[in-house]
Design a protein around this ligand. Structure first.
Ligand code: ARG
Length: 252
């Protein structure tokens, strides 16, 4: 028993030395983006990213403070040191890799189209989307994709926040929106405010837009920090914590 506890102590001391560079951090996040990051009725931050992020920080042994930041300025805020990481359902793609260092992917959902239940659009394409009002969150990969593919034929409406977009959908000002699937499911399919359906296939290609899953973004020189989060993610996957948080937010 004594030997065992010395072994454990030794291991944590080694981890402590390896993580000497890793100190308490602040994490930037754009809310609401339900069920990934949003506020409870009491104003407390919650969601899959928040709980997973907090569990990772606990695993690393650091304090993490969340800083709410609009999506538009979320990478500039990282560069300006308003916070040290971004955990905000940010998809890893080559364009963003030029600016930031990503952790390993921690979640890999598809994108999808959502429309009112009585919509006649069955397959979104250049013909069916002609003159349609499409909603996207400004600066997301969904904005980039829709703008490049349908910007010439459709009316693309860009919203600062996902909930502004959902409000316009609920009041009938949009024909269709394009979103990370779990967010459309939670804010439209599962909402009481309106009757919605998904339209067409879930979309994961081309990679140039849809990338490689959600990652935590760091400044490029913060390699030790990124490595600490990668290790924490692997541990939480192994010990069942990841599965617990996942079941809580994505259980059908
Ligand atoms: N996954 C999409 C992207 O990276 C949208 C993420 C938006 N996140 C948010 N918290 N509003 O472009």
């Amino acid at each position: 028993n004594k030997l065992l506890s010395i072994g454990v102590l030794g291991a944590s001391m080694i981890a402590g030395v390896a993580n000497a560079e890793v100190r308490d951090i602040r994490i930037g996040v754009d809310v609401p983006y339900e069920p990934m990051e949003y506020r409870t009725a009491d104003g407390e931050l919650t969601g899959f990213d928040i709980e997973l992020g907090n569990a990772m920080c606990e695993e690393i042994g650091i304090e993490c403070e969340w800083v709410v930041q609009g999506w538009d300025g979320i990478i500039p805020g990282l560069m300006a040191r308003k916070y040290d990481a971004i955990m905000s359902s940010m998809t890893i793609n080559d364009k963003r890799r030029e600016q930031v260092l990503f952790s390993d992917p921690y979640f890999t959902p598809p994108s999808a189209w959502f429309a009112p239940a009585d919509s006649e659009i069955t397959t979104p394409d250049e013909t069916t989307l002609e003159d349609m009002s499409i909603g996207v969150q400004r600066g997301t990969l969904q904005d980039n994709y829709v703008t490049d593919m349908y910007g010439d034929v459709a009316d693309v409406n860009r919203y600062a926040t996902a909930d502004d977009m959902v409000l316009d959908m609920d009041s009938g000002r949009l024909d269709i929106v394009f979103l990370d699937f779990p967010v459309g499911k939670s804010t439209l399919l599962d909402s009481e405010a309106g009757d919605y359906k998904t339209v067409g296939e879930q979309i994961t290609e081309p990679k140039q837009y849809f990338g490689d899953g959600f990652g935590i973004a760091f400044r490029k020189r913060d390699e030790a920090l990124a490595e600490a989060f990668n290790e924490a993610l692997a541990t939480l996957k192994e010990n069942g914590t990841y599965a617990e948080i996942e079941a809580k937010y994505f259980n059908e």
